[in-house]
Write a protein of this length. Sequence first.
Length: 114
Amino acid sequence: MQTLNKTIKLKSTSNLTMTSRLEGCLATMISIFHEYSGKQGDKYKLNQTELEAILQKELPNYYKSQKGKENISKLMTTLDHDKDGEVSFKEFAMLNVCLAIACNDFFVDLQQGK
Ligand SMILES: [Ca+2]
């Protein structure tokens, strides 16, 4: 991940107009994160209340599977890789990557009749 981050550094702001479907998805993910992270405390990180709100509203099916304060607290601890007590965009993005992989695996297995 660290190596990939260094490779993908954007060079300027001139190419930040995201118009393709996948670029639109990335822009949406960034925008949603900041909408919730800006509500309390550090505006660039999610505290547990903000994390629960973003899961409840933006990932409702996943939220239902994680329901309960204890589970949200466990998820917070798991996502908080740098142990600063909050979830950064990078940590939130990792959750989205893991969910995308799990969904893809599910649908591939389904198509293969597994
Ligand atoms: Ca953190």
